[in-house]
Design a protein around this ligand. Structure first.
Ligand code: PQQ
Length: 577
């Protein structure tokens, strides 16, 4: 994908949801600065015609913007030279029976571009390649089966001649995997499962390592009871990154199923795991399981941000990951060595720390506090006051990194939960959850359910933190103008100073923001664009019209007050000076 490589070098355009392969979400555009950002104005808008949660962001290739929507996953090509006039539209006809098999709203995290094609991975797991100029369908492929609970919400990542794609459905007992399809014709090249026999996971018992040691034969099979791994989750619905020099792709796997931990003794490998794989063959170079035997639904799918930074005077190839479990991890991305693991919200209480003692038997594992172990509390017993809640200290909302400040800008949740596991049996295509949850603001604060923080990944320390009334469910954007942008669930687009966190600008868009802020340049002018449209897991009460506090996997009650601030509606808002 030569055209992709050159677009990735051009800050005027955006070809991937993550801006770059390293997932930094950093733009070199700097017409908008911390001095002048207060003068931002809305320059044009576009209604997507769809309600429910709008995640991801538009792309800009040349003079054309590509906008996607949640289910039914419509795509619009808009002419930036003609006030956003619609050049073409793609409206897939998907069976609406996929809607009830999506756990956390009918979101889609957006399109990707390579080789003159726009790639869309629909809710029903159909992957389509559209001609970027005409919208004509070049090929399509089917990655899963919604009748078995397999759906999709994630974006895709084009790497060389392949398209890397994931799958959702751990709340329905799917067996997670990632797959590589040929960009040219949509043929499946390889598939790597998160659980099961070594050859189906594309791991080498001798050469694939965890924390420097070979994982050994049948590493996954030995960590489950019986055949539970076949319905064991580990879905792959998050973000993907790629290091062209090391030729490795990085991503994380989600929760083991069911949410009732007693029904699946063992470490449940390789759910909740960071993977480094060779994109050509799919083979895993290293893995690291962050939450062995999960008891809280702390999916490990959050983005892996790749940076080159100096530690103790030595240049290092780092990977920084803000896990749902509340720990911010810094790894050596070449070897999988664990360098730093610290809480990025002080209220995290389910574990005291990650064991950093290399000689210890529990090296690299979280030291779990018995009181907050949902299993030790027992089936049908409500384990109370666990922090963070199941949606984690951070969920899918991606963080950004600025090489100028060497800080990570992290949208976070400040929410805790009560968790009552119960016995559940598996039926294909039916919810396989096995826990009742309620969520509430973290105690001891001002009742705020979110913080927007700046993080030092070398020290493992918060540098500054801004309180937000609700979780920040929107992806951050860092820019060379010294400004960091994010959206809020009430609907504000906010700009803050990258060094101090001082709020410099805000504007209330028509609906809550769970999309990711993006920037592009057109006719010499820098623009900022964001999708509004409240929803996602945090906004599921509004999105799906639910009122019972424990509905929406426990999020409805926790975020009930959101209804006082915003209502549904998909809209793109574009700003400039
Ligand atoms: N999706 C959201 C969202 O978009 O707001 C939040 C979540 C999902 C979660 O917190 C999940 O745990 C989750 N889990 C799966 C899964 O395990 O397969 C899928 C998804 C999804 O596809 O959106 C979410």
């Amino acid at each position: 994908a030569e055209d992709l490589a050159s677009i990735l070098k051009d800050p005027k355009q955006q070809a991937l949801q993550t801006l770059d392969y390293a997932n930094t979400r950093y733009s070199k555009l700097k017409e908008i600065t911390n001095e002048n950002v207060k003068k931002l104005q809305v320059v044009w808008t576009f209604s997507t015609g769809v309600l429910r949660g709008h995640e991801g962001s538009p792309l800009v290739i040349g003079d054309v913007m590509y906008v996607h929507t949640p289910f039914p996953n419509n795509v619009y090509a808009l002419d930036l030279n003609d006030n956003g006039k619609i050049i073409w539209r793609y409206e897939p006809k998907q069976d609406p029976s996929v809607i009830p098999v999506m756990c956390c709203d009918t979101v889609n995290r957006g399109l990707a571009y390579a080789d003159g094609k726009i790639f869309l991975h629909q809710a029903d797991t159909t992957i389509v390649a559209l001609d970027a100029k005409t919208g004509e369908k070049k090929w399509s492929a089917v990655n899963g089966d919604p009748k078995k609970g397999e759906t999709n919400t994630a974006t895709v990542m084009p790497v060389k001649d392949k398209l890397i794609v994931g799958i959702s459905g751990a709340e329905f007992g799917v067996r997670g995997h990632i797959s590589a399809y040929n960009i040219a014709d949509g043929k499946l090249v390889w598939r790597a499962y998160s659980t099961g026999p070594d050859e189906e996971m594309l791991v080498d018992p001798e050469k694939t390592t965890q924390l420097g040691k070979p994982i050994g034969k049948d590493s996954s099979l030995k960590s489950w009871e019986g055949d539970q791994w076949k319905i064991g989750g580990g879905s792959t619905w998050g973000w993907y990154s790629y290091d062209p020099k090391l030729n490795l792709i990085y991503y994380g796997t989600g929760n083991p199923s069911t949410w009732n931990p007693k029904q699946r003794p063992g470490d449940n490998k390789w759910s909740m795991t960071m993977f480094a794989r060779d994109p050509d063959t799919g083979m895993a170079k290293w893995v690291y399981q962050m939450t062995p035997h999960d008891e809280w639904d702390y999916d490990g799918i959050n983005e892996m941000i790749l940076t080159d930074q100096k530690i103790d005077g030595k240049e290092r190839q780092l990977l920084t990951h803000f896990d749902r479990n509340g720990f911010g991890y810094t790894m050596d991305r070449a070897t999988g060595e664990l360098l730093v693991a610290e809480k990025y919200d002080p209220v995290v209480n389910w574990a005291t720390k990650i064991d950093m003692d290399k000689d210890s038997k529990t090296y690299g594992r979280p030291l779990v506090v018995a009181k907050y172990s949902t299993e030790q509390n027992g089936e049908d017993v409500n384990a109370k006051g666990i922090c963070p809640a199941a949606l984690g200290t951070k969920d899918q909302q991606p963080a950004a990194y600025s090489p100028e400040t060497e800080l990570f800008y992290v949208p976070t949740n400040h929410v805790c939960m009560d968790y009552e596991p119960f016995r559940v049996s598996y039926t294909a295509g039916q919810p396989y959850v096995g826990a009742t949850l309620s969520m509430f603001p973290a105690p001891g604060g001002t009742g705020n359910m979110g913080n927007f923080i700046a993080w030092d990944n070398k020290k493992g320390k918060i540098v500054w933190s801004n309180k937000e009334q609700f979780s920040v469910w929107s992806g951050a954007l860092a820019t060379a103008g010294g400004v960091v942008f994010y959206g809020t669930l009430e609907g504000y687009l906010k700009a803050v100073d990258a060094k101090t966190g001082k709020e410099l600008y805000k504007f209330k868009t028509p609906s809550g923001i769970i999309g990711n802020v993006m920037t592009y340049e057109h006719k010499g002018k820098q623009h900022i664009a964001v999708l509004s449209g409240v929803g996602g897991w945090a906004g599921i009460g509004l999105a799906a019209g639910l009122a019972n506090p424990t509905d929406g996997l426990g999020a409805v009650g926790g975020y009930a007050a959101l209804a006082n601030y915003t209502a549904l509606g998909g809209q793109l808002t574009v700003f400039a000076l």
